[in-house]
Ligand binder design. Structure first.
Ligand code: MG
Length: 290
């Protein structure tokens, strides 16, 4: 099931998107639950089995509502994984970034983005032109946690996944590099487009799908999640080691090769550029940069 968070007549809803992607049918949940988007739904419905029974009323054409990010304001920072595809690790080692080696580390690189970075499909990313001229895109599959937990084992990890969405881990490369820790360069306002909706775990094979990214219709990234260096169970196990994960927590799983920094010379984003990310079986996330 694909579930969207959206506004209609100044009211916020969560609803089921039809298979053809043309309509959405509201779920009958309390307004205070719908106000949190998917976060409210995940908190009150860890078990997805009976969600479909909550669909009410006539379907609404999707082009008559305003899509919001599935979780418009995450309850805390988004966990993000760095350098998690071999080909991307390789391109960074040859870029101005000169990552110390292209070999996979023993442990995943994990950093975070602040919750206020999140914007919806169709909203503009604001280029912080006085601060950085090295703005880059990173197409990523994101895991959304359902059942919380601490010290979750790999064997149990997938039972903690509620669903998946797409994020663009927008990055100011110069800021990322100069501060050693990546959070500042990853956390500018509007730097986390998310959406267009969330797909429930039962409806999606996240371990074998394709992640593609176009800049102004030029294909830049084309990766397969089966090529992840650290797979989804390993990432969930890693992020939950000694740290409690909560319903609605988000883990962005890393980006395939083809980022702007990987080109020689680098190809950073400029005002007017459009970045479109597609994950097969999930949907399309598109945002303009201004
Ligand atoms: Mg990333």
């Amino acid at each position: 099931m694909r579930i969207a968070t959206y506004m209609k007549a100044q009211q916020q809803y969560v609803g089921v998107v039809s298979d053809d992607g043309l309509t959405v049918q509201a779920l009958d949940v309390a307004p205070e639950t719908a106000k949190q988007g998917m976060l409210g739904l995940i908190r009150t419905h860890e078990d997805q089995a009976r969600l479909a029974e909550l669909a009410r009323g006539a379907p609404t054409p999707l082009d008559t509502v305003k899509l919001l990010a599935p979780i418009p304001r995450p309850r805390r920072n988004i966990f993000c994984v760095g350098r998690n595809y071999h080909a991307h690790a390789q391109e960074l080692s040859e870029s101005v970034f000169k990552a110390n080696n292209a070999n996979p580390a023993a442990w995943p690189i994990v950093f975070t983005k602040v919750p206020e970075t999140v914007i919806a499909h169709g909203e503009d990313v604001v280029l912080p032109i006085d601060i950085s001229e090295q703005i880059d895109y990173e197409a990523e599959l994101a895991v959304v946690i359902g059942k919380g937990g601490k010290n979750i084992s790999k064997a149990e990890a997938m039972n903690h996944v509620w669903g998946y969405t797409i994020v663009n881990d927008v990055t100011a490369r110069d800021v990322q590099i100069r501060h050693q820790q990546w959070d500042l360069g990853k956390s500018f306002d509007t730097f986390c487009p998310m959406g267009p909706w969330l797909i429930t775990a039962d409806a999606f094979n996240a371990t074998d799908t394709r992640v593609r990214c176009w800049v102004n219709d030029e294909l830049r990234q084309d990766g397969k999640t089966r090529d992840l260096i650290f797979d989804l169970p390993t990432l969930i196990e890693t992020c939950s080691r000694g740290i409690s994960l909560y319903p609605g927590d988000i883990i962005a799983t890393g980006t395939p090769a083809g980022v702007g920094m990987g080109f020689n010379p680098p190809r950073y984003l400029k005002s007017g550029d459009r970045v479109r990310i597609e994950i097969d079986g999930l949907g399309t996330l598109e945002n303009a940069f201004r």
